[in-house]
Design a protein around this ligand. Structure first.
Ligand code: NAP
Length: 332
């Protein structure tokens, strides 16, 4: 007698497309099966970031080498999640059923998802599942950019261009925790958010170009991705570090920041300034570092809005249209 696979509610994506309403639908599907080195997690909340749209659209094309050439390999584009461990594969020794965890998984916009122990960690005890789901990827990126690439230390000044979004809202708090003086750049509507997250100074980019300032910064994170390299270098100290994190465009082949990153690569060896870029790593060690910051009250996810699972398309649309103040979560 064959046993029917258990069913779950999930967002399902069968083809790539740039409009979430066109390519995502909610459906009843079989729960994922796990291998010996994997875990099945019950997702309580997932979060949306700019990467969600890239996974959904399959753009820019080179990313399809990893996520599926003709159609997406994953059930849906969700990655960051918080939830509980349901089952563990026979080789998994570091987690057990019932553990409350957060991290990244395949297909987070679903009741259950498959995860790997090297990409999850125990959830901070003092956060809700929704808050914990907001952390992975965005906060990992901010941490690795500031700590590893910029090597930021106490007493330094940092300019965060794009301080009001997913990565920026964590970067402000992590930079403050590292003892830096923080200047955030954002739009008028989000100045209050950036101040509330601890920035010492705010520049409203619709009123002032940060490059017209006479200040020089030890570290610059460029998250907005639209600033000219010459402007960024102009306000960077002689031996300062610039870390290019992101930028969005509708280009199909070339990453929006690619031109600037290639120029940085060529210029950097010949100047005192270090011009760097980053590809964030999803790993449990850094999730544990973030848990430590949260439990020491140095980091609180800034959650703008919460959507239900059936509203996942609207959540992705909200982020893509640039409305998000901090993070957007999907409550499963
Ligand atoms: N390299 C990596 O490993 C990595 C990892 C994660 C993310 N990323 C990339 O990083 C970028 C940001 O991600 P996110 O999740 O933080 O996105 P987000 O939440 O949409 O935030 C975008 C930020 O850019 C700012 N911005 C927009 N136009 C600007 C302008 N003209 N000048 C200055 N700032 C401007 C926004 O400010 P307002 O909203 O106030 O306008 C906002 O603070 C994306 O391109 C993403 O793909 C890269």
């Amino acid at each position: 007698m064959s046993v029917e696979p258990k069913k779950m509610k999930a967002i399902v994506q069968e083809e790539y497309g740039s409009a979430p309403e066109d390519v995502l639908r909610i459906s009843q599907v079989a729960q994922p099966t796990i291998g010996d080195n994997e875990l099945l997690v019950r997702v309580v909340a997932a979060s949306v970031d700019r990467g969600t749209w890239h996974m959904m659209s399959g753009l820019q094309y080179p990313i399809r080498l990893g996520i599926g050439m003709r159609r997406p390999k994953a059930l849906n584009p969700g990655r960051s999640f918080a939830g509980t461990v349901e089952h563990v594969g026979q080789n998994v020794t570091d987690f057990q059923p019932g553990d409350e965890v957060f991290g990244t998984c395949d297909g987070a916009f679903a009741e259950f998802a498959r995860a790997q122990s090297r990409k999850i960690a125990l959830k901070p005890a003092n956060l809700s599942f929704e808050q914990a789901a907001a952390i992975p990827v965005s906060a990992l990126t901010a941490l690795q950019a500031l700590r590893d690439k910029a090597q930021l230390h106490a007493g330094q000044s940092v300019l965060i261009v794009g301080a009001s979004g997913g990565v920026g809202s964590f970067a402000i708090q992590i930079a403050k925790a590292l003892g830096a003086e923080v200047t955030g750049v954002c739009s008028t509507a989000k100045v209050d958010l950036v101040i509330s997250l601890g920035a010492d100074h705010v520049i409203d980019y619709s009123l002032q170009n940060f490059a017209s300032d006479t200040r020089r910064y030890d570290v610059i994170l460029d998250i907005g991705g639209v600033s000219r390299l010459s402007d960024l270098r102009h306000v960077l100290a002689l031996h300062g570090r610039l870390v290019t994190i992101g930028g969005e465009s509708t280009a199909r082949w070339i990453w929006p920041t690619a031109g600037r990153q290639i120029r940085s690569l060529f210029i950097s060896p010949f100047v005192g300034q270090k011009l760097l870029s980053i590809l964030a790593s999803e790993n449990s060690e850094d999730l544990s570092v973030l848990r430590g910051l949260v439990e020491a009250a140095n980091l609180v996810p800034a959650i703008d809005r919460s959507f239900t699972l059936s509203e996942t398309s609207a959540a992705i649309r909200y982020v893509q249209d640039g409305h998000a103040r901090g993070k957007v979560v999907v409550s499963v």
